[in-house]
Design a binder for this molecule. Structure first.
Ligand code: 16G
Ligand code: ZN
Length: 535
């Protein structure tokens, strides 16, 4: 009897000698060794959907900020969250099955152990970024989906957050929690309207230059702009740069959020003048960082930490001004990479609670879900704000007692709409920052002056086996190899305001070392010494 699962696996055989891992950002590696993985992800997506009684599951084909020759794939849960951990493990095992028969057997094993009725409908929604390999990999994925008998919707090119949005919309359609219309137009209309309402007549000052990393964010931003208030209507002047998706080899090259954050430099193609507000998206538009050059041509980065502090302070004001402070508290979630000055600012100036989690969006998201309002951002620009169900209800129910409260409440409600609750979204985050700056009447200089970052240094250390490095306390301390942490502590003691940690990368075969201290020289020195210890 024909076995469609084995046949699909046969069509896209796994290369010998490679091991795949579903990591913090799904499977990600050189695009030319991913065919078999995509087919198997198709099978897993169908199973996951069936396990959830036919809810829509998302599959995004992207390698985010990686070079053009890479690609990757990740799965999205029904409300737009990252894949459940247990299913990451199943995905990894499936990707590493050697023969078509093994794949088919494992497919049935999963169904059996998870009590999945294979007659349940499976629904999967798919999109990809603009990489040249995307079309081929989509074909491999579809072979898997068809073999598993899944219904699928292909949205073509989308940003990663747009795909998360579609998944959430499809699963909430027709319910009281409906998130929006599951179309691209629906996405632009929702966020465009929320932006206009959240501005509430305040005109953003100056313009904004947006570097789109030559990725999918370029054409999508150009489309979104059509739904935003025009300059004449009191809107924002947006200049789009690095939006060339015709030449896929230019993706993330000398541009994009990762380039700017890592090199602490504006993309060379930027023509922005002194004190002009600029931001950069990454290749799939789920990360954003801001920056500008001052009058002396010195570059200043306003990274995820800055976005978190800006947004937390704005939301704190709105909650207070609308009379909700007694019912709703705000917390900020960071990782160990957050600058010590940012943490101190949140705790001491904004007087908000800070949680620290391991690196990776899913950890931050999970911690933020436990808060009334959880503002979470990684320093690299991944992040968003999430509101608990009770908080959303309290905001919806609340009655303003005076015009001041009403004004704040209107802005708060529109701001909630403006934030992509499904996942961190560079385009929505960017509009949010613009709203906050407009209401505060702040320039980039004002924003920068809220606190001074401690000088810091990030180093990548190549080691023989990164798995030897095991951490605790949200990756801030090493438990293995034994004895190293004590030596790191001794080095930290030698500098003023020192802090340092080492952790195995989840995306590259290396250990990352972070150090900060009172001065540039001390931070550099500390980073070098810690790197020597882990080598
Ligand atoms: C992944 C994570 C990102 C994290 C980065 C760290 C997601 C969607 N992406 O790209 O949040 O900052 O890994 O990389 O979770 P590293 O482990 O190599 O330092
Ligand atoms: Zn990304």
């Amino acid at each position: 009897m024909a076995d469609p699962i084995a046949e699909a696996a046969q069509k896209h055989p796994a290369p010998e000698g490679l091991t795949y891992t579903y990591g913090t950002a799904g499977f990600r590696t050189k695009a030319d060794v991913l065919d078999s993985v995509l087919t198997r992800v198709g099978l897993i997506a169908a199973l996951r959907s069936r396990a959830l009684k036919g809810q829509w599951i998302g599959v995004m084909i992207t390698a985010s900020h990686n070079p053009p020759g890479d690609n990757g794939v990740k799965l999205v849960e029904p409300l737009g969250n990252m894949l459940q951990e247990e299913w990451e493990v199943l995905s990894t095992t499936m990707a590493n099955k050697a023969t078509p028969e093994d794949v088919s057997q494992y497919y049935r094993d999963i169904a059996k152990t998870h009590r999945i009725d294979l007659a349940t409908p499976a629904r999967v929604v798919v999109a990809r970024d603009t990489r040249a390999s995307g079309a081929r990999l989509l074909g491999c994925l579809v072979d898997g989906l068809k073999a598993a008998g899944a219904d699928y919707k292909d949205f073509g090119f989308l940003t990663t957050p747009q795909l998360h949005y579609m998944v959430r919309c499809l699963n909430t359609e027709g319910t009281p929690n409906a998130y929006g219309s599951p179309t691209e137009k629906g996405y632009y209309e929702k966020f465009g309207a929320a932006f206009k309402n959240a501005l509430k007549g305040k005109k953003p000052s100056g313009g904004l230059t947006v570097d789109c990393a030559n990725g999918v964010g370029g054409p999508k931003l150009t489309e979104l702009i059509k739904y935003l208030p025009s300059e004449d209507e009191g809107g924002l002047k947006i200049t789009v740069i690095n939006d060339n998706v015709i030449k896929p080899d230019s993706l993330n090259v000398e541009c994009g959020a990762d380039y700017v954050k890592t090199n602490q430099r504006a993309p060379p193609s930027s023509k922005a003048g002194p004190n002009d507000r600029c931001c950069s998206l990454d290749g799939d538009a789920d990360r954003v960082v801001y920056y500008f050059k001052d009058d002396s041509n010195v570059f200043h980065l306003l990274d995820g930490d800055r976005i978190a502090t800006l947004v937390a302070s704005f939301l704190g004001d709105l909650i207070r001004q609308s009379g909700l402070a007694e019912q709703i508290t705000i917390g900020v979630v960071q990782t160990a990479y957050a600058n010590g000055a940012a943490t101190k600012y949140v705790e001491q100036t904004l007087k908000l609670k800070v949680d620290c989690t391991p690196t990776g969006v899913k950890y931050l998201h999970h911690a933020a879900e436990k808060l009334d309002i959880g503002v979470y951002f990684e320093a690299n620009g991944h992040g968003t704000v999430i509101f608990s169900h009770e908080t959303l209800e309290a905001i919806a129910r609340h009655e303003a007692r005076n015009p001041g409260q009403k004004e704040a409440l209107d802005i708060l409600r529109a701001t909630v709409e403006l934030i992509n609750q499904a996942v961190g979204d560079a385009l929505s985050d960017m509009l949010l920052v613009e709203v906050v700056l407009a209401h505060k009447n702040w320039t980039v200089q004002n924003w920068l002056s809220t606190y001074d970052d401690l000088p810091n240094r990030l180093l990548k250390v190549t080691v023989s086996d990164r798995n030897r490095f095991q951490t605790t306390d949200a990756e801030r301390r090493l438990v293995k190899p034994e004895g190293i942490q004590k030596l790191i502590d001794q080095e930290v003691q030698k500098v003023r305001q020192g802090r340092a940690f080492a952790r195995a990368s989840g995306t590259e075969d290396a250990v990352r070392v972070y150090a900060e201290a009172a001065t540039r020289a001390e931070a550099d020195d500390l980073a070098r010494r810690v790197a020597d210890l882990v080598k």
